[in-house]
Design a protein around this ligand. Structure first.
Ligand code: ZN
Ligand code: ZN
Length: 236
């Protein structure tokens, strides 16, 4: 009568096996109403982004993972509220960094549609509306309506980037999740974690030097960076 416990069922109870803990999955946004490439959500502190959870065979998968910014950070909100709420600013779409030849494919991208139509649901409107300054240079600073969005995806469903080497999760066939480095919404990949904080910081400073040089050349794009997104914005 007595059956041995199934190993898959017993994994949630406290056991001392050496296998690594189960990894949370990156949530993919996909509209129920039209075919589109799957997107993911990313956040650094109070800034939210739509990101590409897959690399689509790009030669440099780290150069194009941010589809668009979603909000202008609101520093007046309490920390706990800002963890899963933001004011969706439609003009943020114009800040999108996408190399010229692929822009058309995503020009129909509607962030609010993707956020609200995805199955399983990832976000909902709270019903609050406020006016914010438009980020579109053509609007010359006029006020536009922004909708407050509550993200109902848990934190570990967000796509993460390594703060030090700027690599992204879900690169190639790897599905290893990045771990927090400290408590400030900063994450690091396993290779940066391995060499430690000091060496990773030195590596990051070198990388920034290289990036500032390479941005002068036409053929190379700066790597998408959640942590300093202003580096991606066009200066026009
Ligand atoms: Zn729809
Ligand atoms: Zn790294």
């Amino acid at each position: 009568m007595s059956q041995p416990p199934s190993p898959t069922l017993s994994s949630s109870t406290s056991n001392t096996s050496t296998s690594s803990p189960p990894q949370a999955e990156i949530i993919q946004l996909r509209s129920r109403h039209f075919a589109s490439v799957p997107l993911s959500l990313s956040r650094f502190q109070r800034r939210w982004f739509l990101t590409f959870p897959r690399t689509f065979g790009l030669p440099d998968p780290d150069s194009q993972r941010i589809a668009c910014a979603l909000n202008t950070p609101d520093y007046s909100a309490p920390d706990t509220h800002a963890r899963n709420h933001f004011w969706l600013n439609p003009s943020c779409r114009s800040q999108r960094y996408i190399p010229s030849d692929t822009t058309t494919e995503y020009s129909a991208l509607s962030p609010i549609h993707l956020l609200l139509d995805s199955e399983p649901p990832v976000a909902r409107l709270t019903g609050r509306i406020r006016c914010q300054r438009s980020n579109d240079p053509h609007d010359e600073g006029k006020q536009i309506a922004c909708y407050e969005v509550e993200v109902i995806t848990p934190d570990d469903g967000l796509l993460r980037q390594c703060y030090y080497c700027l690599s992204w999760e879900a690169r190639g066939s790897s599905n290893t999740r990045f771990c927090p480095s400290g408590s400030n919404d900063i994450y690091w990949c396993s290779s940066c974690e391995e060499v430690g904080w000091v060496n990773s910081t030195i590596r990051k400073l070198r990388l920034q030097d290289i990036l500032s040089w390479s941005s002068v050349t036409i053929d190379e794009y700066p790597k998408d960076n959640l942590y300093t997104p202003h580096r991606l914005m066009p200066t026009s």
